[in-house]
Design a protein around this ligand. Structure first.
Ligand code: GUN
Ligand code: ZN
Length: 442
């Protein structure tokens, strides 16, 4: 008979702060022969295998050695209705939106289509090791319903919201200030705080919302201060110019959002590449979070995110895939491209900081580090099992790797979904690849 306690054995790595240098070992806890005891979806105990097994009672044991167990990855910016337009050729942001993205998103008016895509979307996330995401749904309420229903079925900690957009978009893809407000309100009432779900109030970006809709978004934020807020900021130079034409009173792009009261530590601002000094001051003062989207920024030719410049101002940067302008669901591939973007600016993304970023770092950006992003006792058991020898190229490279940092860098640069050996969501194995239950403790 299966026990309701699970003991995972393997090499454990978890962070307690952001590593400041490549050899800042005080920022993490690494256990060579470690174990996690899981019950009711939570991590009950973490320690050496010997210590944990002694307290495990009749837990089932799954032996993941020699693989590495870390907290599940967190993707802080992704578009659920764009799963079928990833890798669409040739355009930069505004043409890409008009040519591929907006027509595609009109299809999510259909409940059946939204439900079918939600299932595929969550399969992709988990197969790539992502256990929490912050997603944009389409303008249709049904798309957000499908998203949250699928997340609930899988017991995943998910954040999302229907986009608010009432202009500069085709028929079938616009709401109005009032319907956007009403639908958002109804979704918040139904989903925010239900199980593991949180709502993000989501004005898509300044170009697709009238001032009247921005005002409604501001009202929603004031009425629901515990919800997240997400939008896009300064991704592309033509986008910035058009925004300033549409909002001639604004001091700069960020001022559009700031003047409607949207900025706070709950706000995630996708891209945030081409920023004015005043905008950086405003981010530092309000605690709003820029989100670095490396594969997307390279794919659309948008520009280079100034991670070090923003960090030096005490700003908390998140990191994300931005599917479907992003080209990979993998947070490992996101780190790979992020590393290269920082290289182009003489900045460095060393492996300990990289793995902190896609786990605890993104959890901190969401204010959720007490629940997700670490392997701490009392947090939710969302866990990835990483195999640094998953491909021939990786295995060959690993023959020469001597340190944990080297192993992590191999995963950071060469890893993808093939390196995700198993994923646990609230303590439940998702891939079905877990080794046979090896033994029962006690
Ligand atoms: N700006 C407004 N909408 C979008 C979107 O869907 N993707 C990206 N990359 N930028 C946007
Ligand atoms: Zn986006």
């Amino acid at each position: 008979m299966q026990s309701d306690r699970l003991l995972l054995r393997g090499r454990l790595l978890t962070f307690n702060s952001e590593p400041q240098t490549p050899d800042d070992t005080s920022a993490f806890d690494y256990i060579e022969d470690g174990a996690l005891l899981i019950e009711d979806g939570m991590i009950l105990k973490r320690g050496t295998y010997c210590d944990v097994v002694a307290e495990a009672g009749c837990a089932d044991i799954v032996d993941h050695r020699p693989n590495l167990l870390m907290a599940g990855f967190i993707d802080t910016h992704i578009h659920f209705p764009q799963v079928q337009i990833v890798a669409s050729w040739g355009a930069q942001l505004l043409d890409w939106l008009n040519t591929y993205t907006f027509p595609e998103e009109t299809r999510f008016a259909s409940e059946d289509h939204a439900a079918a895509m939600a299932c595929r979307f969550f399969d992709l996330l988990t197969n790539h090791g992502t256990t929490t995401a912050v997603a944009y749904c389409s303008v249709h309420k049904a798309s957000a319903e499908a998203y949250f229903e699928e997340a609930e079925q899988r017991n995943m900690r998910m954040i999302g919201g229907k986009v608010l957009m009432d202009r500069n978009a085709p028929d079938g893809l616009r709401d109005t200030p009032q319907t956007g407000y009403d639908d958002t309100k109804a979704l918040i009432t139904k989903w925010h705080g239900k199980g593991r779900a949180s709502y993000a109030i989501t004005p898509r970006f300044a170009i697709t919302s009238t001032p009247a809709q921005m005002e409604m978004a501001g009202a929603l934020v004031a009425e629901h201060a515990d919800c997240f807020v997400q939008t896009h900021l300064s991704e592309n130079k033509n986008e910035i110019a058009y925004t300033l034409e549409l909002y001639p009173e604004a001091l700069d792009y960020l001022d559009v959002y700031q003047s409607y009261g949207l900025l706070s530590e709950k706000m995630l601002l996708g891209h945030s590449i081409h920023l004015e000094p005043r905008e950086i001051d405003a981010l530092a003062e309000t605690g709003a979070r820029p989100v670095f989207c490396p594969t997307s920024n390279l794919f659309l030719g948008s520009g280079l995110f100034d991670d070090a410049g923003l960090k030096a101002r005490g700003i908390t940067n998140a990191i994300a895939t931005d599917i479907g302008a992003g080209t990979s669901y993998s947070m490992l591939q996101t780190l790979n491209e992020g590393y290269k973007i920082l290289q182009l600016q003489d900045q460095k993304l060393h492996p300990f900081r990289a793995f902190h970023w896609i786990t605890r770092g993104n959890a901190v950006a969401l204010g959720m580090e007490d629940r997700i992003g670490t392997l701490d006792e009392g947090t939710e058991a969302d866990i990835v099992v990483l195999n640094a020898r998953a491909t021939e190229a990786m295995a060959l490279r690993m023959e020469r790797a001597e340190t944990l940092a080297e192993e992590l860098f191999v995963l950071q640069m060469l890893g993808d979904d093939r390196s995700i050996d198993e994923v646990y969501v609230a303590g439940k194995a998702q891939k079905g690849k877990a080794p046979e239950i090896a033994a029962q403790a006690g």
